[in-house]
Structures are given as C-alpha cells and as structure tokens.
Design a protein around this ligand. Structure first.
Ligand code: NAD
Length: 348
C-alpha cells in the first residue's frame, strides 16, 4: 500500500500507528482534520484480512466525522480509530489498556468512542488510562445510548424539510416510509408516531418490523421495494448506499431524510435526487444528534443542553434547503460547502 498516496486520495492530514508486542495491539488512529478542535470519532475492533483494509477503513469514515462536526457547530475535528482484532484468544482488558495508553500519548489530539466491535465496557477500560474517551457509563459522566438523540435530530430535520417543501407546520397524517427499524429507526418511528405521522416500515429482522407495527400502528412494507413506497418522506435508517442507480428512479416521495450514514452510493446520486425534484436531507447533517450527545461528554454532560442543540438540527436543515434553492444546486453540495466554509474560517 502506498500510504501517502492513500492519504492524498482520502484528503488526509495524519495517520498514527501503534504496535504493542505484550498485548498484540495493532492500532491505527486516523485524524482527518483537527482545525475545529480535537478529532472525535469511534473505535472499531474487528478482524481485518490485511493492514491495507484496516487503514482504509479508519480513513474512510473519519472524513464524514469532520463534516458532521463542522456543519453541526461542534468544536471537534474528524477522526476514527481501528484496532486489528488479534486472532485467537487475547486479553481484551490489556489490549484496550494499551490502546488507551496510545491515546494518552497522542495528548488529546484524538478522542475515541464506541463503534463496531467495541462496547461501553471497553470504553471504561480505556478511561482507566486516559480521559480522551467518550461513551463511558452514565454514572461516570457518560452520555448513554446516542440513538434517541440521533432519532430526535432526524425528526427535526424532517420537520424542517416538510415545512420547506410541502409548506406544512405539522406531521399529522404525513406518510413516512422507514427502511430499518433498529436503534435509530425505532426511536424515529416513536417520534413521528407521537406527532401523528402514518408509518410504513421494513426491516430484514421481522421482529423489529412487527414491534413498530404493534407499538406505532405501522404498516409493514415490502423489504425489497420499501424505497418505492408511495409516501411523503422516505427515511433510510439501515445501511449505507441506500440511494443508488436502482433505488432513485423508483422513489415515490417528495423528501428523503433518514439516519443512515453514507446514504448516497456516490456523490452523483445527490444530483440524481435533485434532478428528480426530491429534497434530500444530507445524511451527516440530519444524523448528527448522536455526535452532539457524545461530544457533550467532553465538556461535561448536560442532557438538557444536548436536547436543545439537537432540536437546532431543524435550523441546520432549513439553511441547507434554503441555500440550495437560492443557488439552484443539490443539497448535498450545499452541505459540503457550508462545512468547508466553517473549516476554512477556523484558526489553523
Ligand atoms: P441498527 O443496526 O440498530 O439498525 C439497523 C437496522 O436496519 C437493523 O434493525 C437491521 O435489521 C436493519 N436492516 C439492515 N439491512 C436492512 C435492509 N436491507 N433493509 C431493511 N432493514 C435492514 O443501527 P442503528 O444504530 O439504528 O443505525 C442505523 C443507521 O444510522 C446506520 O447507518 C448508522 O451508521 C446510522 N447512524 C446511527 C447513529 C446512532 O446514534 N446509532 C448515529 C448516526 C448514524
């Protein structure tokens, strides 16, 4: 792998590597941009076939964190870390202590959080070595499950886009199709149901779809064609790349607004939505509620202040839609532009 070439391709500033022979730690910290403050982002601990795959994974996601923090007005940069999960048996506590020492040695330049393959317990172990960690237990000043905050932010984003596109002040009787009713999708359904919206849901786990049916009177839609459901809002809350060459022509909605990360399979799919006259709520702007929650741990956690900030996602989505209309450009480009303006105006 040509490391500097890869860093250039992902528009990178820094990559930090740490090997610890005693514990088998092989870890990567990717700091995409730290102009707005210490980089903040999750730590993955999963098996990787190659070092290249691990480095690429770390770099791939941190750029999104930079943009998410910038557009949300959070004083953090974007980072991500990866621990290459050792093969066979290993001492997990020792591994995460060694990782914590790595973060301590980075002096607060990168602050970690939970991600795939890591847990609150792992964050607690890291915390025994360094304070550069979030996502610890509530009793230790942690912020708990971010999903309800992410869902609240998505609901506020939907309210803004509904007002902007449909001229409506409420969600009563609005039809929303939700793809994926896991942690965030479930809480989003709860929010929308409380405001009188009608729901259609689909999830590869039938029990989750049934729970939304039981608790919120949701209709259970077809898994393969949920994106084609006739509705006002399509909310992708499952995996990335939900908006692609196959799904966009089939969409039967006015607005796309959901929690999933990396919803556009490629940037050009944002243009395709625009061409179809569908208003898209850029993923990293609308799903920033969870990041707002976790970032609040760094400054001293205050749930009311976090809720207020997350409610403000309405204004962020409104600004994006409004500027996009004025510039006659797609919303994903305008969101990038706003984030880049904030990054450029930050002191170096
Ligand atoms: P989750 O794993 O709890 O939920 C995802 C759900 O999608 C699961 O119920 C799964 O069964 C379902 N699913 C998977 N593939 C599907 C498919 N093809 N069709 C329909 N359903 C499918 O994850 P989550 O925490 O709810 O996160 C959902 C998305 O939001 C992810 O993309 C995540 O990266 C993003 N996100 C989450 C948060 C958060 O606070 N949890 C914050 C920001 C972004």
């Amino acid at each position: 792998m040509q490391i500097f070439e890869a860093m250039e391709a992902y528009d990178y500033g820094e990559l930090h590597l740490r090997r610890d022979a005693a514990t088998g730690l092989r870890a990567i910290v990717a700091v995409h941009d730290a102009r707005l403050g210490p980089a903040l982002g999750g730590c993955r601990c999963i098996p990787y076939d190659t070092e290249e795959a691990a480095i690429t994974d770390a770099m791939r996601l941190a750029r999104g964190m930079t943009y998410k923090a910038a557009i949300s007005g959070i004083p953090h940069g974007g980072g991500k870390s990866v621990i290459m999960r050792p093969e066979g048996a290993f001492d997990r506590a020792a591994l995460f202590r060694a990782f914590g020492q790595f973060l301590e040695d980075l002096g607060g330049h990168y602050i970690t959080a939970e991600d795939s393959g890591t847990s609150v317990e792992d964050m607690e172990i890291i915390r025994s070595v360094t304070k550069n960690v979030t996502g610890v237990k509530k009793e230790n000043g942690g912020s708990g499950d971010p999903s309800p905050f992410t869902a609240l932010g998505v609901r506020r984003g939907i309210e803004a886009l509904v007002k902007f596109k449909l001229g409506r002040d409420d969600l009563e009787g609005l039809r929303v199709a939700v793809q994926g009713v896991g942690h965030v999708g479930y809480h989003l359904c709860k929010e929308l149901h409380a405001l009188g919206a009608n729901l259609v849901v689909a999830d590869i786990d039938p029990l989750k779809a049934e729970r939304a049916q039981r608790e919120f009177g949701a209709e259970v839609g077809d898994l393969a064609s949920i994106f084609a459901t006739e509705c006002d809002v399509f909310a992708p809350c499952a995996l990335g790349s939900a908006l692609n060459d196959e799904t966009i022509p089939a969409l039967n909605c006015s607005i796309v607004a959901g929690a999933a990360n990396n919803q556009l399979a490629q940037p050009k799919h944002g243009d395709d939505l625009y061409q179809r006259g569908i208003l898209y709520g850029p993923d990293y702007a609308i799903n920033a509620g969870g990041l707002m929650n976790v970032a609040a741990e760094v400054a001293g956690y205050d749930a009311d202040a976090v809720t207020e900030r997350v409610m403000g996602i309405y204004d962020i989505l409104w600004e994006i839609a409004d500027r996009a209309k004025g510039a006659m450009q797609p919303t994903h480009l305008i969101a990038d532009m706003i984030a880049q303006e904030r990054l450029a105006s930050a002191a170096r």
